[in-house]
Design a protein. Structure first.
Length: 146
């Protein structure tokens, strides 16, 4: 009788495990133009703490990093966050940084922007206002050079 009960449990649990329905990480995505050194199994880090793992890196017109993060940690990450390659315990990691803490929490399956360099990060933090000002200044310079 014990073997048949064990067989029944296995028959019920294996399909759930294979479909990803058992408790585990919450999926998120980070979209990069470049993601140097980010590979599956790299840790996902938030505020210096490992909160998940990179599961897959898909390369197409952009690079989409699929990761799973601890559900408890997701509440501390706002929907206005970004990802950046970093280091954690001596290996490459995917760091998550919050741009606007007052934004709603990041949801499962959400996609956030990824930056690969300090310059990209600075541009992202400066926001559209700085970009607009730079675009206007560039246009004026082009006009002056004509």
């Amino acid at each position: 009788m014990t073997k048949s009960l064990l067989s029944l449990w296995c028959a019920l649990l294996v399909p759930f495990a294979l479909s990803g329905c058992l408790p585990g990480g919450v999926p998120i995505q980070v979209e990069f133009e470049e993601a140097p050194g980010v590979y599956p199994d790299n840790p996902v880090v938030f505020k210096g703490k490992k909160i998940g793992t990179v599961k897959e890196v898909k390369v197409g017109s952009s690079i989409r990093v699929h990761a799973e993060v601890d559900e408890k940690e997701l509440a501390g990450i706002s929907s206005e966050s970004y990802g950046k390659p970093g280091t954690f315990e001596g290996s490459v990691s995917l760091e998550i940084h919050v741009l606007k803490p007052s934004a709603p929490p990041l949801q499962a399956e959400a996609t956030i922007k990824g930056v690969a360099s300090d310059l990209e990060e600075l541009g992202l933090k400066a926001g559209d206002t700085a970009k607009d000002a730079l675009d206007k200044a560039t246009d004026k310079m082009k006009d002056l050079l004509k």
